[in-house]
Design a protein around this ligand. Structure first.
Ligand code: ADP
Ligand code: MG
Length: 238
């Protein structure tokens, strides 16, 4: 069974249609990358999956269960944002503990899960630092760690590298690929960067103006792009 099913998903903000009917199946443990130009609806779609915004029309199922009206905290889905949005007055440990406590975990469970997340993301030496005492790459690893502590089935990452300089970008990208191998969760990753998409994805979803243009493996998209938009975007020589 596909783990996530999007069926005819539409999103309208006031008068504006932003998503025009998204149909997609995402399998358990798949690493799916959404690519497409700025404004095509990538972040909007992630927010609907996370439950941060209501779906206007269509259905979203997780493991066969309809999620449309399930609150975000009960979906087993965690989101990592582009701007890490850490609490400046809390240290790394507290930042990671905050969401876990909101989920109702007790102190010992929170501690054990932070220890595990810190080990996986090499954050142990940084646990007592404040966000302002961290580099951009370290901050983004804390933001990922904060999501990991909640032990989600599904990770949503919205352009997690876009605020990092080039050197850090490849570090954090490798960290994310390693995390996916280690935890075996499903990853849904948004970027407008073709290189990130080609190197990370099992499956790439090319979006344009609120629609899906093509879904396929990096190789399929490169070798047999469905149209000129995909060919140009992926950079294949057609
Ligand atoms: P992307 O992440 O692909 O750059 P977004 O999903 O952020 O694109 O935005 C898609 C479109 O939806 C844009 O035209 C944007 O202006 C519009 N949009 C996003 N959020 C809102 C909102 N809360 N209210 C009105 N329009 C929005
Ligand atoms: Mg976006």
């Amino acid at each position: 069974m596909a783990q996530l099913s999007l069926r005819g998903i539409k999103k309208r903000f006031r008068e504006t249609d932003v998503l025009h009917g998204i149909d997609l199946e995402i399998g358990d443990r798949e690493f799916v990358v959404f690519v497409g130009p700025s404004g095509c609806g990538k972040s909007t779609l992630l927010r609907l999956i996370a439950g941060l915004d209501p779906i206007t029309e269509g259905e979203f199922l997780l493991n066969g269960q309809r999620m449309n009206s399930v609150p975000p905290s009960r979906r087993g889905i965690a989101m990592v944002f582009q701007s890490y949005a850490l609490y400046p007055h809390m240290d790394v440990y507290e930042n990671m503990a905050f969401g876990a406590r909101l989920m109702g975990l007790d102190k010992d469970q929170v501690e054990a899960q932070i220890a595990e997340a810190a080990r996986m993301l090499r954050l142990e030496p940084l646990l007592r630092r404040k966000p302002r005492e961290l580099s951009g790459g370290q901050r983004q690893r804390v933001a990922i760690g904060r999501a990991l502590v909640r032990k989600p089935e599904v990770f949503l990452l919205d352009e997690p590298l876009s605020n990092l300089d080039a050197a850090l970008r490849s570090d954090v990208r490798l960290e994310i690929a390693k995390l996916h191998r280690d935890i075996g969760g499903t990853m849904i990753y948004v970027t407008h960067d073709q290189v990130e998409a080609m190197t990370l994805a099992d499956k790439i979803v090319v979006m344009n103006a609120g629609r899906i243009e093509q879904v396929g493996s990096p190789r399929e998209l490169y070798e047999t792009p469905a149209n000129t938009f995909v060919a140009t975007f992926i950079g294949s020589p057609r």
